[in-house]
Design a binder for this molecule. Sequence first.
Ligand SMILES: *[C@@H]1O[C@H](CO)[C@@H](O)[C@H](O)[C@H]1NC(C)=O
Ligand SMILES: *[C@@H]1O[C@H](CO)[C@@H](O)[C@H](O)[C@H]1NC(C)=O
Ligand SMILES: *[C@@H]1O[C@H](CO)[C@@H](O)[C@H](O)[C@H]1NC(C)=O
Ligand SMILES: *[C@@H]1O[C@H](CO)[C@@H](O)[C@H](O)[C@H]1NC(C)=O
Length: 556
Amino acid sequence: MPEKTWELCLLLLLGLGLGLGSQQALPPPCESQIYCHGELLHQVQMAKLYQDDKQFVDMPLSSAPDQVLQHFNKLVNTHNHSIPADQLQVFLQEHFHAVGQELQPWIPEDWKDSPRFLQKISDSKLRSWAGQLHQLWKKLGKKVKPEVLHHPERFSLIYSQHPFIVPGGRFLEFYYWDSYWVMEGLLLSEMPETVKGMLQNFLDLVQIYGHVPNGARVYYLQRSQPPLLTLMMDRYVTYTNDTAFLWDNIGTLALELDFWTKNRNISVNLGGKSYILNHYYVPYGGPRPESYSKDAELADTLPEGNREALWAELKAGAESGWDFSSRWLIGGPNPDLLSSIRTSKLVPVDLNAFLCQAEELMSNFYTSLGNDSQATKYRNLREQRLAALKAILWDEEKGVWFDYDLENRKKNREFYPSNLAPLWAGCFSDPGVVDKALKYLEDSQILTYRYGIPTSLRKTGRQWDFPNAWAPLQDLVIRGLAKSPSPRTQEVAFQLAQNWIRTNFDAYSQKAAMYEKYDISNGGQPGGGGEYEVQGLSPLAMPLSRRGLAGPMEWS
Ligand SMILES: *[C@@H]1O[C@H](CO)[C@@H](O)[C@H](O)[C@H]1NC(C)=O
Ligand SMILES: *[C@@H]1O[C@H](CO)[C@@H](O)[C@H](O)[C@H]1NC(C)=O
Ligand SMILES: *[C@@H]1O[C@H](CO)[C@@H](O)[C@H](O)[C@H]1NC(C)=O
Ligand SMILES: *[C@@H]1O[C@H](CO)[C@@H](O)[C@H](O)[C@H]1NC(C)=O
């Protein structure tokens, strides 16, 4: 659908919301004519002045956007829309600052030298390694400078009141689903105050935008990421017993889930019944600003009429967190080509497991706060979802859940760790499924991979595919299996955890850095593929530059 039409739809939706008097009007997601749309963005990104398109959209403006655009229009007119690269460079130097200047380092106030988990590690080498990783919080802590609050229009960074932990490398801002695992680590490091601040930032985003964006940049506002906010709250409240914070914010958690219910629902008909589930879906065209030239060039391979739809599917892929993977190409005209991406046509197991878990947590939260009607509402939603998972995604023959392909009306029976997400999320009613899932892993020969669980079994060169292994996906499988009362299944979970720790430790021993992904076909070296270089972090060196991250780091 062309962008204008989407804007119209949005206006209609907003009008409807106002008409019903039940909703505040939300600002349209990113109108910036510099960071999100327009000729300036197009010209700069297509000139490929930087190795990574993300660099330009992260650069702060040195004057008001109107002035920058005025100067740009002059330049455009002078050169009849084809500005020479050197002139464009001069223009950028005059009107933009270098990346990262709107952030300042922040050492978490609740960081302490010897959290208890360190003493519990008996092996001295592993303990020392864990101690070095614990130091990383001080490198990854960031705070937004007050200029961003006073002049938000000059920055793509979204202002956050509280300091936070970033993934690091090219990722200078915080991200949605990454932050859940960051928070797990922070709680292990006994840093609940930092977690609370990060939670507050996310809740503020929901209050302002109606959802949690993919990350804290205006160019991420059109899409979200796997919904783990309710779980973040649960982890924090369980750790601190801070029910007052829960009480103050439960309405905002409910708002976030409403976003998924209202904007990401999909109805599936099977056997004469209709089930409601959720999918990743981003109804906005245009290239992703932070990967603009790649998206624009990919679209050039398609007829013009198909381009907006491609861009929307790419954004939906980014919303899934799996950008990109054969998982979102399957069933299309040519599953080897990224231009075949059809994210929204699949009903993902993990998304529905996350929402099922959130519904259960909301029901428990409301019970603990004494609001029975709301508790019942969420319990019913969970019951409906459990029934839908069973009817649409569960595969009795293979003993696991699969994504459902809406167009081809069948399950995608490829292996992905996400197939086991309902175990991790506690989203099942028959306890026998845990051992069935173990059998599924054995049948698919997944346990033969000694360096980690692969993201898929398809070798595509994309980063969410074989041979890459990612930490969150190890967690989904390991902590899912560990829920089994069967000693054998628990033993396998323990072995998988050992494998992963060994892979991380061996790479760290060689390179003195932790990596976002590992290549398990190659003895667990840093992974590759995808749209940017593998990102690694070293507690020993200063923050790594965006280039050459995969190279060996010095120990001293
Ligand atoms: C500007 O460029 C277009 C083609 O890109 C051309 O048709 C037009 O004549 C040019 N205008 C001037 C004033 O040079
Ligand atoms: C939280 O409350 C539970 C039970 O009420 C108690 O066992 C636990 O020690 C408390 N934790 C903290 C951190 O206060
Ligand atoms: C489901 O999504 C559609 C738009 O795709 C929306 O009109 C409808 O209200 C949503 N359903 C619910 C229950 O919110
Ligand atoms: C339960 O929560 C709903 C939604 O926030 C609210 O309208 C209702 O008044 C609450 N009921 C009680 C008993 O607190």
